[in-house]
Design a protein around this ligand. Structure first.
Ligand code: NAD
Length: 259
């Protein structure tokens, strides 16, 4: 299995923890060179040092994906440190959950700035290079929220629906340039973000048990299980997969209701 991403130079956002970190670890395990960014620079340094110590080709930079100028600079730095980027994983994202009428303008802006515009900033920064190199891959980490709605999680699902729209749009626009743009839609994944979500309930343990019960297999995904799918989607093993979405949710989103 080793070497499935040989020759890939991947820009990964939100790589300091959770799904982004698992993706970075899986990618270097398959011989990719990676350039990691996260707004948490201290945590990112620790993570990057650990990967370097294992012999991986890793660059990193503290960067906020909402700042297009900083992202342009990060892509340039990536080029000088690991070579021209030929793949992008738009992973950084945040939960912004509210009842619609209780959503402030600031929450709306934060949700769309990070979960949608951030992914566009990074796509815009790497696309000219992908086209110039004769092709490449963009993978957007969406969610089952990209096609289903959980009440009181407004406006997060709106941003994920739009991210899926951007996936289809860019996938069509740049198919003639041999650029594939796809989305990966996890259900619940065991990361800090989900622990924070459980902790937002009066009884976090009950909320956790309820989440597990929602899943046909009685459990949620590990970040590594999402990373395995990301390896496949960035690799050359699916050259005709474009402008689509792969759901990795243990069957959560296709059931009418739990048994
Ligand atoms: N955990 C889940 O259950 C789940 C399910 C479906 C989809 N997702 C999606 O997967 C992605 C990763 O989620 P996670 O659970 O690993 O989250 P996480 O909170 O564990 O990690 C996210 C990382 O992104 C970074 N980040 C956040 N905003 C940033 C910004 N503006 N600029 C740069 N870095 C930023 C954070 O510092 C953090 O290190 C998100 O897009 C999320 O919406 C998560």
């Amino acid at each position: 299995m080793v070497g499935r991403l040989t020759g890939k130079r991947v820009f990964i956002t939100g790589a300091a923890q959770g799904i982004g970190l698992a993706i970075a670890e899986a990618f270097v395990g398959e011989a990719a060179a990676v350039f990691l960014i996260d707004r948490d620079g201290a945590l990112l340094s620790v993570v990057a040092d650990k990967l370097c110590a294992k012999g991986a080709v890793v660059g990193h930079m503290q960067a906020d994906i909402t700042d297009a100028k900083v992202i342009d600079a990060a892509v340039l730095r990536a080029k000088s440190e690991i070579g021209p980027i030929n793949a992008l994983v738009n992973n950084a994202g945040v939960n912004v959950f509210a009842e619609p009428l209780a959503t402030s303008d600031a929450e709306w802006d934060r949700c769309f700035d990070i979960n949608l515009k951030g992914a566009w900033n990074c796509s815009k920064a790497v696309l000219p290079g992908l086209i110039a190199q004769g092709g490449g891959v963009i993978l957007n980490i969406a969610s089952t929220h990209a096609f289903t709605i959980i009440p009181h999680t407004f406006p997060y699902p709106l941003a994920k629906h739009a991210l899926l729209g951007m996936t289809k749009s860019l996938g069509l626009e740049y198919a003639p340039d041999n650029v594939r743009v796809n989305a990966l839609a996890p259900g619940y994944v065991a990361t800090q973000k989900v622990i924070d979500y459980w902790n937002s309930f009066p009884d976090p343990e009950a909320a956790k048990a309820e989440t597990m019960k929602l899943h046909p297999g009685g459990r949620i995904a590990t970040p590594q299980e999402i990373a395995m799918a990301a390896v496949f989607m960035i690799s050359d093993e699916c050259p005709f997969m474009n402008a689509t979405c792969l759901t990795v949710d243990g069957g959560l989103s296709v059931q009418q209701h739990p048994a």
